[in-house]
Every structure is written in structure tokens, then in C-alpha cells.
Design a protein around this ligand. Structure first.
Ligand SMILES: Nc1ncnc2c1ncn2[C@@H]1O[C@H](COP(=O)(O)OP(=O)(O)OP(=O)(O)O)[C@@H](O)[C@H]1O
Ligand SMILES: [Mg+2]
Length: 271
């Protein structure tokens, strides 16, 4: 389906982990080509929402539609739906350790293309291209579990970028990365501005939000607390304080301790 159907449509979605509520009647539409950021305190439901969008779990109540189709566990078990869905929608996990399981970095990145039945030549050439792009060529033969945290994160990202998916779900994509790798990920997401790619990223890094998103959603206790442009959300200090996205610094002036809101200054990355 195309046209005006939202890419994802969530209506009153609830999800709980064995009785622990994570999403509570959450309603949201995500459009094609949109770059959306999810902000929210620890435990507000960002990762859970991304897992639902990736079809890894299903709402306990409410409905979740992808491209007009209700994403049910039954549908996700059907190969003729699941294979194209997996090709179109990809999630990079917050913790790369749960994503990486192959004996080498090369195998890790080649895994999904091989599953999809690409020819050996096609796989090798695309994997080499992706390794180079992510500056991972020298790590190609290393076991992923013996890499640094940031290197693992880049391998996890490479393992989904290799398929060139239409929808990228990124959970804390720049956390733990060094400045050069961070700005590379930001550049990548910026390059997709105006393209047909949809990018949903959960982050705590307010200073990158304007670069990676056209729209921001603030989650609080498994629900949407606010929605707006990056400029609108980032200028709402009261909201950011309440949602635990900025902190109050305690200062001592002339022996009197008091606190005031603190936001890190927004600095554009340099090319
Ligand atoms: N595997 C799990 N088992 C039980 N409860 C879980 C599990 N994963 C998350 N939760 C709970 O679900 C709620 C939402 O968690 P979620 O991981 O979606 O939050 P988050 O916004 O991604 O947080 P963070 O910023 O720490 O990554 C929290 O209350 C959390 O304790
Ligand atoms: Mg999370």
C-alpha cells in the first residue's frame, strides 16, 4: 500500500514484560521518509517501541499496522511476509552483544545477505563495500565478541546497512562511539534527509537530535508525553526536566547551594 497510509500506525498499544508495563495505550503514526527521534528517560519505553516496530514482539492490546497491514504474530511467522519485511525493516539494538553471534566480523555482515539467498560474488562485493564504508576492513577476520564496545556497535550497524533497508530502527546509535564514528553516523542519517528512507532513532543525546530528526517524540512511562519539531521540543526546558532529559546542576554561590536546569550547548559537528 502507498499514498497516504502511514508506514506505521499504532493505536492504543499496550505491551508488558510478564506483568511489567512498558507501553501504555500508546498511539503514534510514522510516515514514509520521516526521520523521527524518540527521547525519554531510562525505562520510558523507547527500546520496547523499537522492538515492536521491528516485529520482534507484538502488542498485548491495541493495534500495530505496517504499510496498512496489521502486524500479528501469525503474519510475522509467514515466510512470504517475514522475509520481505526483514529486508525492508532493520533494527540495530542498543546492546550489540545481543545482535552479534557469528565467528568473524565478515561472517556477521554476510549473514543476512546469505540468508536472503544472494549469490556468493554479490555477497562478497557488498560486504567488502560495507566494511570499507564503516572503516571495519582491518577487523574483518576478528571475532565480534573480541571487539571494543564502539567497534561492536559499528559491526552491528554494518550488519543491517549491508541490506540497504528502507526503514532503519536505531537504538542509541551514537552512544559509546568516538567523535569520528558519531559524526559518521550522523552524516549517514543526514544524507537520507528527503530520501524515501525512514529512520527512527532512540537517543539520550540532545545535541544530535536536530541533525538526525525532523520530528521528536518524548516518551514518559510508556506513553507519548510530547511531540514536535526538534526546535520546539529542545526549547521546552520544563518538559525536558520533567522527562529526565536534562538535569539540574547543583551549584554553590557564596555558600548557598541551589540548582538550575542545565542543557548542553548544541554544537553542530564539523565536516
Ligand atoms: N526484558 C525485560 N524484562 C522485564 N522488563 C523489562 C525488560 N525490558 C524492559 N523492561 C521494562 O520495560 C520498561 C521499558 O523499558 P525500555 O527498555 O523500553 O526503556 P528505554 O526507554 O529503552 O530505557 P533506556 O533509556 O534505559 O534504554 C521499563 O520499565 C523496563 O524496566
Ligand atoms: Mg533502551
Amino acid at each position: 500500500m502507498t499514498g497516504t497510509t502511514p508506514l506505521f500506525e499504532l493505536r492504543d498499544v499496550c505491551f508488558d514484560y510478564d506483568g511489567i508495563p512498558a507501553l501504555r495505550k500508546l498511539s503514534l503514526e510514522i510516515n514514509r521518509g520521516e526521520r523521527l527521534s524518540l527521547l525519554g528517560a531510562n525505562g520510558s519505553g523507547k527500546s520496547t517501541l523499537l522492538r515492536l516496530l521491528d516485529g520482534l514482539c507484538s502488542p498485548s492490546q491495541g493495534s500495530l499496522r505496517f504499510d496498512g497491514q496489521q502486524l500479528t504474530p501469525q503474519l510475522l511467522q509467514r515466510d512470504n511476509f517475514a522475509l520481505p519485511f526483514r529486508r525492508r525493516v532493520a533494527l540495530v539494538f542498543q546492546n550489540p552483544d545481543v545482535q552479534l553471534f557469528n565467528p568473524t566480523v565478515f561472517d556477521e555482515i554476510a549473514f543476512a545477505p546469505l540468508q536472503l539467498g544472494w549469490s556468493k560474488e554479490q555477497v562478497v562485493s557488498r560486504v567488502e563495500q560495507t566494511l570499507e564504508y564503516m572503516r571495519l576492513t582491518t577487523l574483518s577476520d576478528r571475532p565480534p565478541y573480541r571487539l571494543s564496545g564502539g567497534e561492536k556497535k559499528r559491526v552491528a550497524l554494518a550488519s543491517v546497512l549491508v541490506l540497504d533497508p528502507e526503514v532503519l530502527l536505531l537504538d542509541e546509535p551514537t552512544a559509546t562511539l568516538d567523535p569520528r564514528s558519531q559524526s559518521q553516523i550522523i552524516d549517514l542519517i543526514q544524507d537520507w534527509k528527503g530520501s524515501s528512507k525512514t529512520v527512527v532513532s532512540a537517543t539520550h543525546q540532545l545535541e544530535i537530535v536536530e541533525d538526525i530528526a525532523d520530528r521528536v517524540i518524548v516518551l514518559e512511562d510508556g506513553n507519548v508525553a510530547a511531540m514536535g519539531s526538534p526546535a520546539e521540543i529542545l526549547s521546552n526546558h520544563e518538559l525536558l526536566l520533567r522527562a529526565n532529559l536534562v538535569h539540574s546542576h547543583r551549584h554553590s554561590h557564596n555558600g548557598v547551594v541551589h540548582s538550575h536546569p542545565h542543557v548542553h550547548s548544541h554544537s553542530k559537528h564539523e565536516h
